[in-house]
Design a protein around this ligand. Structure first.
Ligand SMILES: [Zn+2]
Length: 176
């Protein structure tokens, strides 16, 4: 187990590096990633993101749930507060799912998943929890309905065995 002494040591090295300096709250890469909590799939590592480049929302499966949408709504208010309007420049929302995801084990607990997605248990098939590529398409579809026009949305599936992503849904602009 990693204790706080170890964390403090690593943090001191991080602080020494100085990469935290002069960063803005708004992600410099115009990127928001929705990914899974799985320790193997940290978007910063698997997508090579630098500190400050992306806002990252992580939950079980990297799914677009009602809670995810509430978080995005809150973030849009923060952007509004900071900039006085919508975020300037192009913005890109990435849904990042992966192989061997623990959410597939939760298929045995339909009530839990129904609550997570806020859908009747009978409608869970539409969420494709056992098929990452299909699930990515489902979640990109939801984002395209909910995000403001002009934002780019894409969907990726990361393979934990090869370390490579598959671009399941290429970036496309949300239409009005
Ligand atoms: Zn996962």
């Amino acid at each position: 187990m990693i204790d706080t002494d170890e964390l403090a040591k690593r943090n001191a090295e991080f602080a020494d590096g100085g990469s935290f300096g002069n960063l803005k709250l708004l992600p410099s890469g115009g990127l928001t990633v929705i990914g899974c909590v799985d320790p193997r799939v940290d978007p910063s590592d698997v997508l090579g993101l630098e500190l400050g480049e992306a806002a990252v929302i992580r939950n079980v499966g990297g799914r677009v749930t009602p809670a995810t949408l509430r978080t995005l709504e809150m973030l849009s208010k923060v952007v509004q507060a900071r900039t006085g309007g919508p975020r300037p420049g192009a913005v890109h929302y990435v849904v990042l799912h992966h192989s061997d995801c623990g959410i597939t084990d939760l298929a045995a607990f339909p009530e839990l998943l129904a609550d997570y997605f806020d859908v009747p248990a009978g409608d869970l098939d539409a969420k494709a929890v056992t098929e990452p590529a299909a699930a990515v398409r489902v979640d990109v579809g939801i984002l395209k309905q909910k995000l403001p026009a002009g934002a780019f949305v894409s969907g990726l599936v990361y393979d934990v065995a090869t370390g490579l992503i598959d671009i399941v849904v290429a970036p496309a602009r949300v239409e009005t």
